[in-house]
Design a protein around this ligand. Structure first.
Ligand SMILES: *Cc1c(COP(=O)(O)O)cnc(C)c1O
Length: 367
């Protein structure tokens, strides 16, 4: 009797629940028989303004050279990032999105018996990577429901703990912790633990705690940044980490040789220089965020004040409202997989997209 091939696979991989991304526009159009142009995607916290025109131009030029392998060390990009953050180049790691860095941290530090600590309602990749490496994932309840409880996360650290993920601002909630709380945490964290501070949404926050200083102080910390959100480059996959030379070296050993593709390296470099486009993107989000918050308040709906480019809102039955909004061509993100079945998460888009989304929600919710 033949065994199914999954019998021979790692049981901890087989039992993994794969990451479920926001529903793509093309798929939605196909399934619902809609015109893709009438569909708006507010499901994955992408930048509705698009990428910087300068980055697009630079990438178009770079495409002609794709028969050659990219710089395996992402030299030019890392050199510029080091300058930008006032650290040494040896303190930088570039990757195919910060998701890859989360995975590389797993490869470097996790195995059976080791532990990862993260907060309740965290980015799904942390638990996926823990499980992929057969490590234990420890979820620490929030304080005041929505905010990372750094004291409790500190108390959860054991001799087996290798990684602690602090998302700031958080996803899918949109809340934040401040400098003092981070300082207190960093001052007490034991030296066998690597603290990963995931700042995917930091550009949208009014106050931005200085976390690179922990790196400069030589603590076991990595600050994760991405070009997927405010910089509008989600499709080319590029992110980076600022960390100690020792941690950087480990991640370089764990990564694949040409992990950041040629177009992405060039695009990220150009996007980083276009401060005007970044400011316009942040401004669009600030204006849209206000519109959603004011509208939800007026409708008497519960939402979480956001420091990001998305908003979490209680719509009663998230899965149902998600599905009915989808049928109207508005893709949001249901939150049942995150243990929040009453909520949907909406990415803040252009004025036109936000207005359309609120119009559909108002209709569905009888507001
Ligand atoms: C989007 C996101 C990332 C990174 O995404 P990449 O596209 O892989 O760079 C990382 N962390 C959080 C919390 C995110 O929401």
């Amino acid at each position: 009797m033949c065994q199914d091939i999954s019998f021979y696979a790692n049981s901890f991989v087989q039992s993994l629940v794969a990451y479920r991304p926001g529903k793509p526009i093309a798929e939605t159009a196909r399934e619902l028989g809609l015109n893709p142009e009438q569909i708006i995607k507010l499901a994955s916290n992408e930048n509705s303004l698009g990428a910087s025109p300068k980055a697009i131009e630079a990438m178009q030029r770079a495409v002609g050279g794709v028969h050659l392998y990219p710089d395996g060390a992402s030299y030019a990009l890392r050199k510029r990032l080091a300058e930008f953050h006032a650290v040494e180049m040896e303190q930088t790691v570039a990757a195919a999105g910060s998701s890859e860095l989360i995975e590389l941290l797993g490869h470097a530090f996790l195995s059976e018996g080791k532990e990862v600590i993260a907060a309740q309602y965290s980015f799904a990749m942390y638990s996926i990577v823990a499980r992929l490496l057969n490590a234990r994932y420890v979820e620490v309840p929030n304080r005041a429901r929505w905010i990372h409880d750094l004291e409790a996360m500190l108390a959860a650290i054991t001799p087996q703990t290798r990684l602690v993920f602090i998302t700031n601002p958080t996803n899918p909630v949109g809340s934040m912790v401040g400098q003092q709380e981070l300082d207190d945490f960093m001052n007490h964290v034991p030296s066998h633990v690597v603290v990963a501070i995931d700042e995917a949404y930091i550009d949208f926050a009014a106050e931005q705690p200085d976390t690179i200083k922990y790196v400069r102080e030589g603590r076991n910390v990595i600050v994760l940044r991405t070009f997927s959100k405010a910089y509008g480059l989600a499709g080319v996959r590029v992110g980076y980490g600022i960390t100690t030379p020792a941690i950087a070296e480990l991640l370089h050993k764990a990564r694949s040789p040409f992990n950041v593709n040629l177009v992405a390296q060039v695009g990220a470099l150009a996007a980083l220089e276009d401060r005007e486009h970044l400011a316009a993107s942040v401004h669009m989000v600030e204006v849209g965020r206000r519109l959603y918050e004011e509208t939800f308040a007026a409708w008497g709906m519960e939402y979480v004040p956001s420091h990001t480019n998305f908003i979490l809102v209680n719509v009663g039955c998230g899965r149902e409202i998600y599905q009915r909004a989808l049928e109207q061509g508005v893709i949001t993100r249901p939150m049942d997989a995150y243990g929040l079945p009453q909520y949907i998460r909406i990415t803040i888009g252009t004025e036109k997209e936000n207005t359309r989304c609120l119009e559909v929600l108002g209709m569905l919710l009888g507001k």
